[in-house]
Design a protein around this ligand. Structure first.
Ligand code: NDP
Length: 387
């Protein structure tokens, strides 16, 4: 394998940091091309000094001076602002763009990378949720490729490799999060600290709350639909508290293929960077010499209301998944700011999905308008709660 230059959009986040660990571990195979952060200038500077990329971008322009002064003595270009993210994402100096921003902010730069024909290792699931049809169209027309980084989708991608026939079902596994065994009646008392404590994964705050509400699985159902071109009725969610089976694919003869490993995001990230080559990763290997129990059961759709809302959004299509995503982003931010309760999150999502103006085939501008309109509807409804 020739050495690959990697741009990481969101290098200071959970996925970004783990991507840099892989680059460090396989320094002969990978090197950093561009690193980006939102506000965390200190970590971006530290990463730039350690990895000597061609350039860095700090999205928050007020931090530009800090970063440029700290790197003035080094051959690292420094840019600032949201627009610069989309520009560097399209540079032809990178072989792979890792899209590891969180939320809607990931859409524009990911789209720019794909329009430039790049291979995108996609962690930012919100890109496919908000603009799946647009992304599928760009991938079909340009030469850009998406390789999933989300562990469930990486598992499915790995299971589908080498298969000629279509899958009859995809089974997305879900840990169930910290409230798998909490009664619905207790949900109003859930604190931010409890929701941020995921039993199996250590991730960024937003995706951790999404896992606790199971909206994360809902977003992944929509992501799977666009990645693998499979209809919603063939995408099932299975609760699997051990997080060892990362997802499964069923074929016409009844065979089920699964991908198993310890829960470690470095595996799907490394698989995407090295694809189609597998590289060593001893940390993720399972040990079958000791007893192990794997459980599977259906999700409680009444308790975790975000999950059926996501299926509904996918079925209604158009700009509804984008509105659902924006409502969720606003509600999660308000929950993290301790302004609304845990069960308010699906309430807000449901209200926004009812009140948004429907568009059947949204273009990029309509997606942006929907996102803004949905945020406004969400905040108007949340004001009623905290007033
Ligand atoms: P984090 O919150 O840990 O990191 C997000 C990164 O994006 C940081 O570098 C942050 O910069 C940057 N960022 C945030 N907002 C903006 C913005 N408005 N403009 C520019 N940059 C921004 O997120 P995660 O790494 O946990 O998640 C990233 C994506 O991957 C999400 O879509 C998530 O759902 C998905 N994912 C994550 C997994 C995980 O294990 N963490 C697992 C599977 C999927 P700064 O540090 O400066 O704030």
């Amino acid at each position: 394998m020739e050495k690959r230059r990697i741009t990481i959009l969101g290098s200071t986040g959970s996925i970004g940091i783990q991507t840099l660990e892989i680059i460090k571990r396989h320094a002969g195979l990978f090197e950093a091309e561009v690193l980006t952060a939102h506000r965390n200038a200190a970590l971006l500077i530290e990463q730039a000094l350690a990895f000597q990329p061609n350039a860095v971008v700090i999205a928050d322009e007020s931090k530009y001076r800090d970063v440029s002064e700290a790197l003035a003595a080094y051959p690292v270009k420094v840019y600032a602002g949201e627009a610069a993210l989309a520009e560097v994402a399209a540079w032809n100096t990178a072989d792979i763009v890792v899209s590891a921003l969180v939320g809607f902010a990931g859409l524009r730069p990911t789209l720019a990378a794909l329009r430039a024909g790049k291979t995108v290792a996609l962690a930012n699931k919100e890109t496919l949720v908000t603009a799946g049809a647009l992304i599928a169209d760009v991938v079909a027309k340009q030469k850009g490729t998406v390789i999933p980084v989300d562990s469930e989708h990486s598992a499915i991608f790995q299971c589908l490799a080498g298969e000629h026939d279509e899958a009859v079902a995809l089974y997305l596994t879900a840990s169930g999060g910290p409230f798998l065994n909490t009664a619905a009646a207790e949900f109003a008392n859930i604190t931010k600290a409890q929701a941020l404590k995921h039993p199996n994964w250590n991730m960024g705050a937003k995706v951790t709350i999404d896992s606790a509400t199971m909206m994360n699985k809902g977003l992944e159902v929509i992501e799977a639909h666009w990645l693998f071109g499979i209809s919603a009725d063939k995408i099932k969610v299975v609760v699997h508290p051990q997080s060892i089976v990362h997802s499964m694919v069923q074929f016409i003869d009844g065979s089920v293929k699964a991908q198993l490993s310890l829960p470690d995001m470095k595996l799907p990230i490394q698989y995407a960077l090295g694809f189609p080559q597998r590289l060593p990763l001893p940390d993720a290997a399972l040990d079958f010499s000791t007893a192990m129990t794997l459980e599977f059961f259906p999700p409680d759709m009444q308790k975790f209301r975000c999950l059926p809302l996501a299926y509904e959004a996918l079925q209604r299509g158009g700009n509804i998944p984008c509105a659902m995503n924006a409502a969720n982003e606003a509600a999660v931010a308000a929950f993290l700011a301790e302004k609304i309760t845990f069960p308010h999150i699906p309430d807000i999502v449901e209200t926004v999905m009812q009140q948004i103006h429907y568009t059947a085939e949204p273009d990029f501008e309509t997606i942006e308008q929907t996102h803004t309109e949905a945020l406004q509807i969400a905040s108007k409804n949340m004001e009623k709660i905290w007033r």
